[in-house]
Design a binder for this molecule. Structure first.
Ligand code: F6R
Ligand code: MG
Ligand code: MG
Length: 365
């Protein structure tokens, strides 16, 4: 049986400010999805939140990029934005860039990660959701899961994945993609995927049979809108075990709270903190950036779970390191590299200030 998992997410309004999601919004989304499940349009669904982002996790048999499903999600996000406005939540409709739906939700604001596969007899799936960061945040952990034997011993020890994986990398600023095979293209790939504001890993395939292993959302809101409209808080789906990295090889990269772009005003660098669902609330300096991981077994497209994968004391050290890094970086105030460089900031007063002071610059030539 071909099963499709679709994770569609949007910031449709925050509570309080940009910190979390209001429960009434989640209830509204859940009630629509429940009807769609009863009608047989969806097999199963879950509604989760990470920070101020509403996460719709859906399983069905319609394949990826299915127009009716994208339209349904768009309508849910729009109704939730109306509700957010009615309650008085902050930034209602923030990620909904278009006035009406036009065929595919990609390019309209919400983030999308979808994959279709033939279910194995047992299909463990991990869904990662992050807030206050952008798609390049997944580059380092995806590399470590699928390309780095220092993190994933299965690449050495398991004949089923010993051949390696193929990385589909998107040039996010020029909308072009390229495939890199690991390990043979590793050094070439790292030239690009190390640039987290420019290149994002879109998908990963098992090299020997091109079987889908992971997909990530790579939508960049600011690029679509041509102005600041919020950050592109990303999601990704990974398949685990038996021909893929194990669950623990997939969660292991998050034991290191690596630096990502985003945080306050989408204009800073900060550590990404792996947290339990209930701690996915961005309260300090609008962050620090958070990541949650929902684990499922999928059977006949039914979702068994979620298990809250970072609700584990083994990630306490990563959390405390993230807090230490946050303190250290915050002491830089508005100075780089805590604050992003001028070109990568989501907000900037540069044109206004430059206009104001331009006559005071004296040429020294
Ligand atoms: C970052 C984020 C927040 C806001 C900040 C200012 O992705 O959502 O840090 O950028 O709170 O928000 P506005 O401009 O809405 O007042
Ligand atoms: Mg927001
Ligand atoms: Mg957000």
């Amino acid at each position: 049986m071909r099963t499709t998992i679709s994770v569609l997410k949007a910031d449709i309004g925050g509570y309080v400010g940009h910190s979390t999601m209001h429960p009434d919004i989640m209830d509204l989304a859940g009630s629509v999805l429940e009807k769609k499940k009863e009608d047989g349009f969806l097999v199963d669904y879950r509604v989760l939140s990470c920070g101020d982002d509403l996460q719709l996790i859906m399983t069905h048999t319609h394949g990826v990029d299915f127009e009716d499903l994208h339209k349904m999600a768009w309508d849910i996000f729009s109704d939730c934005a109306d509700k957010a406005e009615e309650i008085g939540l902050y930034g209602a409709g923030q990620d909904l860039l278009a006035d009406s739906f036009s065929g595919n939700i990609k390019g309209m604001g919400p983030g999308v990660a979808e994959m279709e596969f033939d279910e194995r007899p047992s299909e463990p799936i991990l869904i990662f959701m992050a807030d206050k960061t952008s798609p390049g945040a997944w580059n380092l952990p995806l590399f470590r899961m699928f390309g780095d034997a220092m993190c994933n011993p299965g690449l050495i020890l398991d004949p089923k994945i010993h051949d390696g994986f193929s990385f589909d990398v998107l040039d996010m600023k020029h909308n072009k993609s390229i495939r890199f095979n690991m390990p043979e293209d590793m050094y070439d790939a790292l030239v690009f995927i190390g640039s987290i504001e420019d290149y994002g890993i879109r998908a990963i395939y098992r090299k020997k049979d091109n079987e889908i292993a992971a997909v990530a959302s790579t939508q960049r809101l600011a690029m679509m809108a041509g102005r600041y409209v919020g950050k592109d808080d990303p999601v990704m789906i990974c398949r685990a075990q038996n021909g893929f990295p194990s669950v623990g090889e997939i969660t292991e990269p998050f034991s290191h709270p690596h630096l990502v772009t985003g945080w306050m005003r989408g204009s800073h660098i900060g550590p990404i903190m792996p947290v339990a669902f209930e701690d996915a609330q961005c309260m300090r300096f609008d962050g620090p950036p958070r990541v949650i991981c929902a684990g499922f077994q999928v059977k006949n497209a039914n979702l068994i779970g979620p298990v809250d994968m970072f609700d584990d004391p083994a990630f306490d050290k990563a959390r405390s390191t993230a807090n230490e890094i946050a303190d250290y970086l915050r002491r830089h105030g508005p100075f780089e590299p805590h604050r992003l460089s001028l070109g990568d900031m989501e907000y900037t007063t540069l044109p206004i200030v430059m206009e104001k002071v331009k006559d005071r610059f004296k040429s020294l030539d």
